[in-house]
Design a protein around this ligand. Structure first.
Ligand code: T3D
Length: 261
C-alpha cells in the first residue's frame, strides 16, 4: 500500500492515516487511490470492528491537492473525472463501512477533507482542529457528500453559510454547531479516538451498522417508510448472536460479550 496512506490494525481497530504532512495531507490521485484501498481493506477485514480516520502532522486533510490540480488544468485535463473516480468511492467507502467510523480530526480539515470527516459516524477533534468548506474559494461547489452530510449535521441555514462564505471555524465553534462530537487537547486526541473506537469495537457491530442505516433511510423517508425500514433492520438484528447473547446475559444479570455478528 502507498505510503501516502498508512493502515494499522490494533485492538480490533483499523486506523487509516492520511500521510502527506508537508502538504497538509491534501489529496493527490495516488493518495485518493490509496485511501480507497485502505477503506476496502478495513471493510473486508473481519478482525477490524471499528475504523479511525486521521491525518499525520498538523493537518487532517486540506482537500484536493491544488498543485496537482493546477498542473491538470494547465494541461487541459480539468477535473479529469476525479469526483466520480475517487471522491465518490471514498465517501461511499466510509458511509458503507459495515462497522463504526470515527474521524480523529487532528488539524485543519478543508474541502473534501472536511467532507470525509462529516461522512464518518463520529468526529473527535483536537483543540487545534479547524474546518474550512474551502470549495467556493477555488470556484467549486461542494463534493464528497458535503451537500448531503453538512446540512444534516448543522441544518440548512448553517450549511449554506459555511459552504458559501467558506470561513474557517475552530473546534469550539464546531462543537457548538454539532459538527463534532468531542473536542480534546491535541496530545490526547489519538488516545481518545482510540478509546472510543475500542469501546465500539467491543460492541454490537451489526447494531451500530443498523443505527446508521436507519438514520440514513429516515432522513429521506416519511414515518411509515421509516417504521418499515426499522422493522426490517430489527428483524435482521434479531437473528444475530449478539442480540441473543446480550438478551440472555441481561436475564442472567451478566455483562454481555459482543462478538460483532
Ligand atoms: O478536482 C477537483 O479539484 C475537485 C475536487 C475538489 C475537492 C476540494 O477539496 S476543493 C478544496 C481544495 N482545498 C483548498 O482549497 C484548501 C487549500 N489550503 C488552504 O486554504 C490552506 O492551506 C489551509 C487553510 C488548509 C491551511 O492554511 P495554513 O496557513 O495552516 O497552511 P499553509 O501554509 O497554507 O499550507 C501548508 C503547506 O501545505 C503549504 O505548502 P508549502 O508552501 O509549505 O510548500 C501549502 O501549499 C500546502 N497545502 C495546503 N493545502 C494544500 C496544499 N498543497 C496542495 N493542495 C492543497 N489543498
Amino acid at each position: 500500500m502507498s505510503e501516502t496512506v498508512r493502515y494499522e490494525l490494533r485492538d480490533g481497530i483499523a486506523t487509516i492515516t492520511l500521510n502527506r504532512p508537508d502538504a497538509l495531507n491534501s489529496l493527490t490521485v495516488e493518495a485518493k487511490v490509496a485511501l480507497i484501498n485502505a477503506l476496502d481493506k478495513a471493510k473486508s477485514d473481519s478482525t477490524a470492528r471499528a475504523v479511525v480516520l486521521t491525518g499525520a502532522g498538523r493537518g487532517f486533510c486540506a482537500g484536493q491537492d491544488l498543485r496537482e490540480h493546477a498542473a491538470g488544468l494547465e494541461s487541459g485535463h480539468g477535473l479529469s473525472g476525479t469526483v466520480e473516480a475517487h471522491y465518490n468511492p471514498i465517501v461511499l467507502g466510509i458511509t458503507r463501512m459495515p462497522k463504526p467510523t470515527i474521524a480523529a480530526v487532528n488539524g485543519v480539515a478543508a474541502g473534501a477533507g472536511a467532507a470525509f470527516a462529516f461522512a464518518c459516524d463520529l468526529r473527535v477533534a483536537s483543540e487545534r482542529a479547524t474546518f474550512a468548506m474551502a470549495f467556493t474559494q477555488v470556484g467549486l461547489g461542494p463534493d464528497s457528500g458535503a451537500s448531503w452530510t453538512l446540512q444534516r449535521l448543522v441544518g440548512r441555514g448553517r450549511a449554506t453559510e459555511l459552504l458559501m462564505l467558506a470561513e474557517p471555524i475552530d473546534a469550539a465553534k464546531a462543537l457548538e454547531l454539532g459538527l463534532v462530537n468531542r473536542v480534546v487537547p491535541g496530545d490526547e486526541l489519538a488516545e481518545t479516538a482510540h478509546a472510543l473506537a475500542e469501546r465500539l469495537a467491543k460492541g454490537p457491530t451489526a447494531a451500530y451498522h443498523a443505527v446508521r442505516q436507519a438514520l440514513d433511510f429516515a432522513a429521506t423517508s416519511d414515518l411509515p417508510g421509516a417504521l418499515q425500514q426499522e422493522a426490517a433492520l430489527q428483524n435482521r438484528l434479531a437473528t444475530t448472536n449478539d442480540h441473543r447473547a446480550a438478551t440472555f446475559a441481561f436475564v442472567r444479570k451478566e455483562r454481555p460479550v459482543f462478538q460483532g455478528h
